[in-house]
Design a binder for this molecule. Sequence first.
Ligand code: GTP
Length: 422
Amino acid sequence: MRASAWASVCVCGVGRGVGRARGRGRRVRARGTTTAPEAVDVRIPVTVLTGFLGSGKTTLLNRILGDAHGKRIVVIENEFGEADVDGDLVTFREAGEEDIMLLNNGCLCCTVRSDLVEMLARLVREKRGMFDHILIETTGLANPAPIIQTFYLEPALLDSLRLDGVVTLVDAKHAGLHLDEVKPRGVVNEALEQVAFADRIVLNKIDLVSEKDADALERRLRTINDLAKIRRASKAQVDLDFVLGVGGFDLERVQDQVLGEEKPVGAHDHGHSHAEGEESCEQCDHGHDHGHSHDAHAHAHGEEDCEICGEHGHSHSHHVHDDAVGSVSLTLEGDLDLDLINDWLGLLLNDRWEDLYRMKGVLAIEGCDERYVFQGVHALFEGMPDRAWKSDEKRASKLVFIGKELDRDELQRDFEACLSRK
Ligand SMILES: Nc1nc2c(ncn2[C@@H]2O[C@H](COP(=O)(O)OP(=O)(O)OP(=O)(O)O)[C@@H](O)[C@H]2O)c(=O)[nH]1
């Protein structure tokens, strides 16, 4: 992925003779159009483990390190506020097959990013060949975006490391509190952002909540991030395959993630309303007219028990959630005009890059035999032509945006305006 001002967003390699896999000089991509074998990506995968304070990150880490998986894993831990060990920023602790390294001097997402880069570069320089995977555990207060960007912006890392995925631990018992916390304007709600950036969500401490509460929380997580896979766990007991080797930033897997497989029961698009008497809303388990930009759940006199507090009937309200962060999925049948879609995505990134946390898409471009896949994180964007459209396949495009204050209708309108008129 490359840094991208709007002018360099280019859904190209499509009928223009421009390089096919922009920003990915490290990999030969051969799928679909040639019989040449795919080159092996030799870069070392990196997993970012995030999640709010006490959500179970260390528990998961210990599980991973304790499993007999045969992988040699380097762990980088960022213990915010811990005393420096021997006055050194970086401490190595041999732990069997794994190395554990500590970054003690602040939060990974802000003050120690350059230390992280230095540490990673040093690892590659001095220990290459001695490990298979790097796992970075962030502090509970870290915003994952700067860490993600590190892997695309740091020349010292580009050719050696690749981001495999962001794994977010969610505390089933307390997540609601953190997700609902209203921050002053301009202040990031880390819990929301950690969910929004995730490729995998481990909904942990499931033993502490009822199934109904877990269902409701899972639906809530789904509205924030419609791309991540979610798995419930106690004591972070999940298969290693669920958290390592996920290819969350792998362009070649975008189509599966976007067009993809599993959608849990209850998943639905962001931004909808319910009429009085409708079935329960799958999102909030409540059936009365509302949009998902509400701040409060209000109950009129005579209603059934409140689903949030269990109190009966009388008019009262709760703050429920600030839905500023959410997912929007758009689909469109037919072919897109190359210039129009380029211009639109370019402008969108130019104007809204701060609000666009992650995006992925599969596009049908007029005059192009191949599907075009792309993904982005904030202002970083990468894309390439993918396999050829099959003769019996309906040409259609799908985009998924995860971000802040996204207007679904406006995005859909602008997307539709990119349809080819020929
Ligand atoms: N009941 C219950 N407790 C859990 C579960 N997972 C972890 N815990 C406990 O929750 C506490 C916090 O777990 P950690 O793994 O330290 O969480 P963390 O995210 O690393 O915490 P910080 O480093 O403070 O951000 C510990 O006491 C764990 O034993 C679970 O599934 N159920």
